[in-house]
Design a protein around this ligand. Sequence first.
Ligand SMILES: O=C(O)C[C@H]1C=CC(=O)O1
Ligand SMILES: [Mn+2]
Length: 373
Amino acid sequence: MSATIHSIEAILVDIPTIRPHKLSMTTMGVQSMVIVRIKDSEGLEGLGEATTIGGLSYGPESPESIKLTIDTYFKPQLIGQLADNINTLRVMLERSTRGNRLAKSAIETALWDLYGKRTGRSLSALLGGAVHSHLPVLWTLASGDTTQDIHEALGFIETRRHCDFKLKIGSRALMEDIRHVAAIKEAVGDTASVRVDVNQAWDESTAAKGMAELQAAGIDLVEQPTPMADLASLVRLSEKFHLPILADEAVANAKDLYHLAALGFSGAVAMKIAKAGGPLRALEQAAVASAAGIGLYGGTLLEGTIGTTAALHAWSTCEKLHWGTEMFGPLLMKDDIVIQPLNFHNNGVDLPTGPGLGIEIDEEKLAFYRRKD
Ligand SMILES: O=C(O)C[C@H]1C=CC(=O)O1
Ligand SMILES: [Mn+2]
C-alpha cells in the first residue's frame, strides 16, 4: 500500500527584491511566495510554490488568496488520498475548483517533489527525461532608469551571467519608452538579444506604432503588447510585422494556444507552470506549438527557487526552446530560503539533479522570512 497525504501547509514568505522592479501595472519591492509543504504518511515531504507579480494588479489570485484556497478548499480534499497518483489528484482539483491555477500549480509541484523523493528520480526524469541540463536564462531590466539598466546589462554581459535582456515597458508615454529601449539596445550591441514586455498596456494602434519603432531599433521580440482578451489584435499585429510577438497573458494552456493559432497567430508563446495550473498542463502547450509552428519560451511569474526549479525541470524536457527562458526569479530576491541555491552561470542555469526538485529548505531562513501576523 503506498503512502497517503498526511498534512499540507501553505506558508506566506516575503523577500525584498534587490531593487524596485517596475512593471506596466505596478512596481514590486518585495516578492511574496506561497510555499507548500505536503507530508505523506511515511514522513517524506514534497515542496511546491506559487507566486504572482504585483498581486491583484496583475491577476485574480493573490498570495493571500492562494493560501486560503489551499487551506480551506484543497486540503480537505487531499488529506488521506494516495499521494502517488498525481493525475487523479490533479483532475480532482480541476473538477472541484474553477480557476485558481496558481494554487493548483503549487500543489502539483509539491506532489511531484514528493513522488520524486519516494522513487529517487528527479522531476525531469519523471516527465520523460531532460533533453537539456543547462538552460539559457535572460534578465529583465526594469529599474525604470535607462542609465541603471545599461549598467546592469553591461555587468551581466561581462560576467557572462546573462546575454539576453527583457525590458518592461508600457507605463510611460510611447516615445519615452522607445527612447529608453533604443538607448539600451545601442549600449549592449548586436550580440545581446533585447526584447520588450508590455504586459497588455497598449491598445492596437499604439502597438502598431510601437512595433514599427521597436523593429527599427533592432528589438527581437515583443511580449503581450495588447490586452489578453484581445486575441484579434495579436493576430493582426503578427501578420503586419516581421518582429515576432510573444503571447503571454493571452495564453495559459494548450486550449488557449490552439485557439490563438487557429485564428492565424504566428510568433511564440510563454509557457508558465503557474498560468497553466501546473507543469503537466504547461507542457501540453509544447505539442500544440510544435504542430502550429509557434516558438516556445520558458516563462516565469518571478518564482523563488522552488517554483523556478519546478519550471526548469519541465522546460528541460522540451526538445527546442526557441527563445530560451526567463527563469531568473531567485536572482531578483535579496535572499533565498533553500540550502543550495541554483547555479546561474554561462548565460544560463544548471538543472538540479537530486530526487524530485532536488531542492532542500533552509529552515532558519524560512522561519525568518515567513509572514508573521
Ligand atoms: O512576463 C511577465 O509578465 C512576468 C515576469 C517575467 C519576467 C519579469 O520580469 O516579469
Ligand atoms: Mn510577460
